[in-house]
Structures are given as structure tokens and as C-alpha cells.
Design a protein. Sequence first.
Length: 509
Amino acid sequence: MATAVQENPLTKGLERLPVHPTTLVIFGATGDLAHRKLLPALYNLAHEGALPERFNLIGFSRSEHEHEDYKAMARESIERFSRRSPKPEVLDALLEHVKYIPGNFDDAAGYEQLSKQIEAFDEQAGVTFNRVFYLSTAPEFFPVIVQALGEHKLNRHKDAEVRVVIEKPFGTDLESARELNRIVLRSFREQQVFRIDHYLGKETVQNMMAFRFANAMFEPVWNRNYIDHVQITAAEDIGIGTRAGYYDHAGALRDLVQNHILQLLTLLCMEPPVSFTADEVRDEKVKVLHAIQPPRAEDVAEIAVRGQYTSGVVGGEQVRGYLEEDGVPADSRTETYVALRLKVSNWRWAGVPIYLRTGKCLARKVTEIAVTLKPVPHLAFQQEGSVGVQPNQLVLTVQPNEGVSLSLGAKIPGATMRIRPVNMEFQYGTSFMSESPEAYERLILDAMRGEATLFTRNDEVDALWSIIDPILKGWASQDGGPLPQYEAGSQGPEEADRLVEGGAHWRAL
């Protein structure tokens, strides 16, 4: 009698899901995002054996290059920006099936050449490859490329899956986002569209769902009865660098709050989905967004604060103020800092203030979610020399040190009952002894697999902008004049302190 083969428990969860043979087309293939993120991500996927066995890459951009020139550029980008030192044999295999097509994004000849190259890959391999079009371009080209793909019949194939990946920003306000959605959905079905937010590809962001729903100790207190308030922070210690052309038209609210920070809020506040499939998860996220009452324009001043950084010292170095940065108009009213107070008006969260803040040139770089529980109603611990019972605080750090910490009240050694907070900490690097993959690695692989859980659905985009649009309009209606200022390297403008209710205060950066 044959002995049954037992499963190795150490391999549980490590199996790789097969990916159909795929041709990936990167529009804007010579741009900064492609060089710094997309090409290194493809290499690391190849290194880990996660790419499909048959994989082709086509670069499409406006600059003139030969195929071999682009291969050399791609090799240089990977060698410079990959999170691991590339192995020559893996890199050579990846670049073997790389082609480059020069052309303007509204040039019919370029799309005809693209169509022929995709079909040539199919014929050479004797396989019909899935098609993934990645729009890594300036936002004004998104509708141009999408329409051109539809006009040249590249948006459908009877024997293959066709998908389009669209980078942020998806619109600049509610109306432009709706118009872009209308254009995209004329050429592609919603199931084909992958609106990318790279924050959702970060391991710690995804782990929020596991943390909440896989641990029975947290979910019972995850509501208005036990939570006092929440702070979500995305602070940067650098200025705008060379991004003045983009940033001065966008500002901190559009650049980070409308997408990244509100996405963190939805994952923190969502109800447990029936299953972790794309639509079940996104349904719950949209419910959270619909439960946030958009502010009226006249109420914006009560729930939102903005500011600009002035010159100061960050990390021991003197830095210029925003209005002194190259390319920034001297009278610019673009915000480099935003703080908001929002409330989710549903059964779980009603009455719990949720504070959001982001800014450039702040004291340090950190992205975190801090959940503060209500204080213990007990006075017996107020002994001399005791810090006293501080509210328990759970902090989920997204970057730079990915992990979770929980503050607890503990007795100080000695004869008297004196209490001070101590921390219990978990860090990804030490717990799993491995480096977390880059967000783009996960998201590119998911797009090739057709797994849409970490991508934004059209109704989600609409709900996100419905919250942000009234704030933009409220600010636009205010009288001109300088914005509140904060010194580079500081905690942000003092005006943000008035948003925090009930004796609480912002966490120190």
C-alpha cells in the first residue's frame, strides 16, 4: 500500500499562483517612474520567479530610441534602483524580449506599430498573450491614450485578457475625475481598469486587514465605545525638489490626502468583508467613504487647516522655504501641509474624530496610524512620581520602520504603585527576517493576474473626490493672502492644533 505524501507545513502559503503569458506595454517608458520603480519591480519579480514563464515588455514613449538603446537604459535603471543587486543571467533573460516604440501618444502610426509588435510576439511564441497597458505618463495623456487604444482595437481581444493600469492622479477634482471615468469606460469595461495607488501595495497597509480581522483581541474594542480618536499621519522631511511644475498645481490635499491617506482611513474603518475578493473588500471601503459627510464650503475653516513651509533646518541642513523653491511663483497659495478632522457617521465610528495630516519639510519622515483608546476611569494610580494611567495607544507604522506598537500601563519597580507607559512592539524586518517587496512589485503582478483588490474602483474614486472637492472649493472661495506658515523641520503650523478636540494633541513627529 502506497504511503500518502504529507504536505510540508513550512511551504504552506508559499505556493505561487500561475500567471498567464503576458505582454506588458509601458506608456511613458523613459520617464522617472518607469526608471525608478517599474523596471526594477519587473526585475525583482523575475528574480523571484513570479513573472509568467513567457513575458514580453514593450516601451512606448515620445523620445527616439532603438530597441537596443532602450534595453541598455532599462539595464542601467535596474542596476541603479533595484532593491537587490541584479544577477546577470536573470537580467539578461528579462531583457531578451524587450522592444521599444517611439511615438507621440496621439500618433496613429505608433499604435499601428504597437499592434503589429504585440501580434508578432503572439506568432513567435505560438501563444496568445494577455495584454496589460500601463499608463506611466503625465495625467493629461490618460484620456488620449485610452481613446487611442479603443480606436485601434487594442482594448479587446477574443482570445486574451486586456487590462489598462492608470497611475494617479485620477482627476484633479470631482468633475474631472468623473469625465476621465466616462472616457475610460467608453473603451474599457470596469473589470479591465486598474487604477493604481501604490500605498495599497505596501505590506503594512495590507496587513491592516490581517491585523484587525485575524486577531480576536482587537476587533471587540474597534468601535466608538472604546476608541477616543484616531490620527493618520503621512509626514515627509523633504521639500518638493524638482517637482514644482506638478506640485504647485496639485498641493498636499490632492497629492496625498485624496488618495493615500483616505485609503488608509477606509482600511482602518471598514467592516469585515464576507471574503477577501476584490469587490467584497471594495464594497466595504466605499461604505466608509459614503459615511463621511462632505463638508459644506462655509464649514471648511472649522475642519481643515493648510500651510506652507518657510526656510529652516531639516536633518541638520538649512533648507529653503516653499516660495523660494525653483519654479514656484512668489505669490503661490499652494498648500504644502494639510490637517483635517473628519468623522465617519456609521454605527461603529459615530462620534470618533479622525485626524489626518500630511506635509513637506516636517521634523521627520513617517507614515503611521495611531489609534488612541479611551482612558481608564480610575484614580487610584495617581501616586506621587507616577506618570499615571495614560490611554492605551496602538500605532501601525507604514514607513520607514514597518511594524506595530501597543502602549500599556505598567508598574514601575519599587514599593509604591507608580505607573508609566511601556511599549510592546512588532517589526516586520525582525519578525519575518526578510525585506518587504516594493509596492509596485505586488501591484504589477496583481494587474497581470487580474486581481483588483488593491486597485480603486470607479465608485470609490467618485466617493474620494466627493469628500475632497468641497474643501478645494471652500479654499478657493476664501480671500487671498498668505497661508499659515511653519518653519521647515518643525511639527507644522500652530493653527492645526485647534482641530484636535477633547484635550488631545497631535503626536510628536
